[in-house]
Write a protein that binds this ligand. Structure first.
Ligand SMILES: C[S@@+](CC[C@H](N)C(=O)[O-])C[C@H]1O[C@@H](n2cnc3c(N)ncnc32)[C@H](O)[C@@H]1O
Length: 349
């Protein structure tokens, strides 16, 4: 990584995570016990089975189209797509109509995905705007939290943007520079600073959401987003780095730790509301998975397995749905056409 550079936070994160040579996601497989973190599909395959069942019901809600795309953003080690395909084979009327697609930035992870999914027919899509015009069901599990963010802090009515000064190798420092917040609001197309003291957002997320919303409007479909995040209107600072399953300093181990943040889903909702004929629904992961029947499914599976396996399975399920663990930390958001009244997984208790 080159020294003597003062970069806005998002450009620094882009370099740290996605630099072609030294970027975190470009040079290592971060998943699992040996890696730095574990994601829901790698905790238990039941998570992906539930997503597959949800896909079938949503596909029916858009009129069971004869051809449709199931496009996953940032597939990591490919585990979720693998289990979804296996599960959908039990629903041939849906499976046989489906183009399976992945949009992945890391060449290293793409190779992993190709290896793990080699017996399946998958297309890797570079530019989602250049895809075919069939309805698309998009899936994004821990994708948006991996996109670089900008941060702004208001001090005595003046907004400052956070920069990273890469003075010298291994000697990075945070800096702040005054900024005209109107320029940022012009870019995002709404008053993002209204009643906020801190702004934390990912320009890349808004870029993706814009294209996804336009594609849903044009071709029908929807997107299911599952990610770390919160619903409150007021934004706060959530930037963090993770290495070996522990929090670490963002400015140390650059390129060797994952950098992530908690999504403000209220912000995503405000963004989507700009697209008149679309709407969104949000709930926590516990509600989504339990109302989709993950516990009942685990009970059926565990009828004929030894006690140790059964307790391991329920330990894993608890990790996903416990409110002190991923059950509340993670939110699930669906963006779809307003005229589609589908709400499976999001029903009020
Ligand atoms: C935190 S991992 C989640 C992986 C997987 N979805 C899971 O749940 O295990 C983020 C994934 O998004 C990919 N990614 C990040 N930015 C991307 C981008 N702009 N386009 C496509 N993939 C991206 C990363 O390479 C990685 O595969």
């Amino acid at each position: 990584m080159k020294a003597n550079r003062n970069l806005p936070l998002d450009q620094f994160i882009e370099l740290a995570l996605y630099d072609k040579v030294n970027g975190y996601y470009m040079k290592k497989n971060p998943f699992g016990k040996e890696g730095d973190f574990i994601t829901a599909p790698n905790i238990t395959r039941l998570f992906s089975e539930i997503i597959a069942i949800w896909v079938v019901t949503f596909w029916k809600s858009i009129g069971s189209p004869k051809t449709f795309n199931l496009l996953e953003f940032g597939s990591g080690n490919g585990e979720m797509m693998k289990v979804i395909i296996e599960t959908l084979k039990n629903f041939p009327e849906c499976f046989l109509n489906c183009n399976f697609q992945i949009h992945e930035k890391s060449e290293l992870l793409k190779k992993k995905q190709q290896l793990s999914l080699k017996s399946e027919k998958i297309t890797w899509i570079k530019d989602i705007k250049k895809n075919n015009s069939f309805p698309t069901i998009f899936l994004a599990n821990e994708f948006f939290d991996a996109l670089p963010i900008k941060q702004f802090f208001k001090k005595k009515e003046v907004w400052f943007e956070r920069f990273v000064d890469l003075k010298a190798e291994k000697k990075a420092e945070f800096k702040e520079e005054p900024v005209d917040i109107k320029d940022i609001e012009h870019d995002v197309n709404f008053e993002i600073s209204k009643d906020q003291e801190i702004i934390e957002y990912s320009p890349g997320s808004f870029e993706y959401l814009k294209h996804i919303c336009n594609l849903i409007k044009k071709n029908d479909g929807g997107i299911l987003i599952i990610d770390y995040g919160y619903l409150q209107f007021k934004m706060h600072e959530t930037l963090q780095a993770v290495k070996n399953h522990k929090h670490t300093n963002i400015l140390e181990d650059i390129g060797d730790s994952d950098i992530t943040y908690n999504i403000n889903f209220n912000l995503f909702k405000t963004f989507v509301d700009q697209f008149g004929d679309l709407n969104s629904m949000i709930c926590n992961q516990k509600k989504f998975l339990t109302s989709m029947g993950i516990v009942q499914r685990a009970e059926i599976i565990s009828e004929n397995i030894p006690f140790t396996k059964k307790s391991d399975l329920f330990y894993r399920i608890r990790r996903l749905i416990d409110e002190k663990q991923m059950g509340e930390l993670f939110k699930v958001m669906l963006i779809k056409k307003k005229k589609n009244k589908f709400k499976t997984g999001f029903e009020i208790d």
